[in-house]
Ligand binder design. Structure first.
Ligand code: ACM
Ligand code: ZN
Length: 561
């Protein structure tokens, strides 16, 4: 009898311990987290109080979360035994929060509104993953603050267009992982995605391509094979009112959207709409020459038809395959700058972000080197080569953007030919660009392609689509990303604002594929960007991820682990 009782007690203790630990597995890991005995119970009778009206937005967010996943709401601003208190505490550092849960109260204090929001994200992760009612939360004291001020994710909507609903879902994923910047890649060779009132053809023509060359690899790291053009018209764009709605949606989640308008390269879609922006307006766009004798009869016919089309009426087309195009914005033509300044003015009126991304990557110089206008520009400006012409281009755009009270971000190619004075560099070709820019006292965002390009597969076995960029970036590699380059001098590390992962979509044609490349690496990313080195341990992260994966199920995020 006694041993049976002992057994029972042990079992109860173990199950309590399991539910406790299961409830306290937070990603990203907080700085201090002290478990205490007891539970706080949240039920429809629980009340929530705010001191500052600014926190009402956070209450609304939390109420919507509870309604969505647990089908009840809290009572607002009524005093009672069982209460949650949110407040801004100016004694705390701006981005830090403390969350103290005991059996009768939850007190969440943040140094700012956004810090209180991060505390709510932590509280959300303390809720059970099943929809039991009432909900019990194990008592705990947490103090937390982010390691980096810039914690970002990028999404390319040009190679494949993603609808507003998915963009909002993506923003929700960021918020749930305490990510605070969304870098939105809105234009590229294969599609222009933002309505610009002054230039309607950008979306009438530039938002649509007449087919896509599907590419697949048999194995990771093996050469890609062109399967052929699918001949399916693809495209779409966001109206200005949709953009405003998305910006507002993100702001309510304390996420700043950084819009990117690509220049001077990756401009085929804009040039298809307004060929005059090209160095050679009447030269037809290049159509992919693929190995015709390996193609099916159907493909052969289609390719020949497209080649003939390109040679007569449709000279410039929105590009139908990936890679880098020689057809870039003409740097010698004043119209180019008028056009881009008009576009950027509309962009700035839609996006309150103090930072505007102007691309700057992968701009071949072959057209500039044979264009009379570009050559004349180099001569009159005393520029020694086309790299300096690129630098002229970026500096001129920077001046315009600075004149509007904003700062430019550019990919690390903007270092070539001389860096614009106030530019922030986004280091994507590994760490070298970041090291060079930070060493010259420029702010840097790290996004190295060998660490955090999520279009590189995360698994060696589970890619049923056989469509992916080269490389291989497993979860552990994202988790162990130190963000600050090891080779950067100590006194220059302050210039690293943080980092971001990039979701390029050449090989991501659908939402399920996007989800499967984002998850679960977004969890590792969030910990790389938020958590301090001394609390980071991969094995411990994997354990916490198991609990988080249950939460992903609750959020109906479907991906193959
Ligand atoms: C890039 O991946 N071309 C920035
Ligand atoms: Zn030119």
């Amino acid at each position: 009898m006694f041993t049976k009782l002992l057994h029972l007690i042990v079992l109860i203790l173990i199950s309590n311990f399991l539910s406790l630990s299961n409830n306290n597995e937070i990603i990203p890991k907080p700085i201090i987290q002290e478990e205490k005995p007891g539970f706080f119970t949240i039920s429809p009778n629980t009340t929530i109080h705010i001191q500052d009206s600014a926190c009402q937005n956070i209450v609304n967010y939390f109420q919507a979360y509870l309604q969505n996943f647990y089908q009840f709401n809290l009572i607002e601003n009524t005093n009672q035994q069982n209460s949650i208190y949110l407040q801004i505490d100016t004694l705390l550092p701006l981005s830090s929060y403390s969350l103290v849960i005991d059996s009768t109260t939850i007190v969440l204090k943040g140094g700012s509104e956004s810090a209180v929001f991060y505390g709510i994200q932590t509280l959300i992760q303390l809720l059970p993953v099943t929809q039991n009612n009432p909900i019990q939360i194990a008592c705990v004291s947490i103090y937390d603050a982010p390691k980096f001020e810039y914690r970002g994710m990028h999404l390319d909507v040009s190679r494949y267009f993603f609808p507003v609903a998915f963009v909002k879902q993506f923003i929700d994923y960021l918020a749930l992982h305490k990510i605070n910047y969304f870098h939105w890649h809105l234009s590229d060779d294969q599609g222009w995605r933002i309505e610009i009132k002054k230039y309607p053809l950008l979306t009438e023509i530039g938002a649509w391509r007449n087919g896509t060359y599907a590419i697949a690899r048999k194995k990771i790291k093996k050469q890609a094979t062109v399967i052929g053009n699918d001949g399916i018209r693809h495209g779409g764009f966001y109206t200005q009112s949709e953009i405003k709605d998305i910006v507002d949606y993100a702001a309510k989640r304390y996420i700043t959207i950084i819009p990117e308008i690509e220049m001077p390269g990756h401009a085929n879609a804009a040039i298809a709409a307004y060929p005059v922006m090209s160095c050679f307006p009447s030269e037809p766009s290049k159509i992919k020459a693929i190995d015709l004798h390996k193609s099916s009869q159907r493909n052969k016919k289609m390719i020949l038809q497209r080649l003939s089309l390109a040679n007569d009426s449709i000279k410039k087309v929105v590009r139908e395959y990936w890679g880098i195009s020689d057809d870039v914005f003409c740097a010698g033509n004043e119209n180019t700058f008028t056009f881009l300044e008009d576009v950027l003015s509309e962009v700035m009126s839609l996006f309150p972000s103090k930072w505007i991304h102007i691309g700057g990557d992968e701009c071949p110089k072959s057209n500039w080197n044979r264009c009379p206008k570009c050559k004349a520009r180099m001569e009159t400006q005393g520029l020694k080569d086309a790299h300096e012409l690129q630098s002229y281009f970026i500096r001129r755009i920077e001046k315009f953007i600075n004149g509007n009270g904003r700062t430019i971000i550019g990919w690390d190619e903007i270092l070539e030919g001389g860096l614009a004075d106030n530019a922030i560099v986004m280091s994507w070709r590994g760490e070298a660009g970041g090291i060079k820019a930070a060493s010259a006292n420029h702010k840097v965002i790290m996004a190295p392609n060998n660490r955090v390009y999520f279009d590189h597969p995360r698994s060696l076995k589970n890619d049923k689509f056989k469509m992916f960029f080269g490389g291989y970036i497993p979860l552990r590699k994202v988790y162990n990303w130190p963000v600050i380059p090891k080779k950067l001098a100590k006194n220059k590390q302050q210039y690293i604002l943080g980092g971001q992962a990039c979701v390029w979509t050449e090989y991501v044609p659908t939402i399920p594929v996007a989800t499967s490349i984002i998850f679960p690496r977004i969890a590792a990313l969030s910990e790389s960007l938020w958590s301090h080195q001394d609390v980071k341990k991969y094995r411990n992260f994997r354990k916490r991820l198991k609990a988080q994966e249950q939460r992903y199920l609750l959020w109906q995020i479907k991906y193959k682990p």
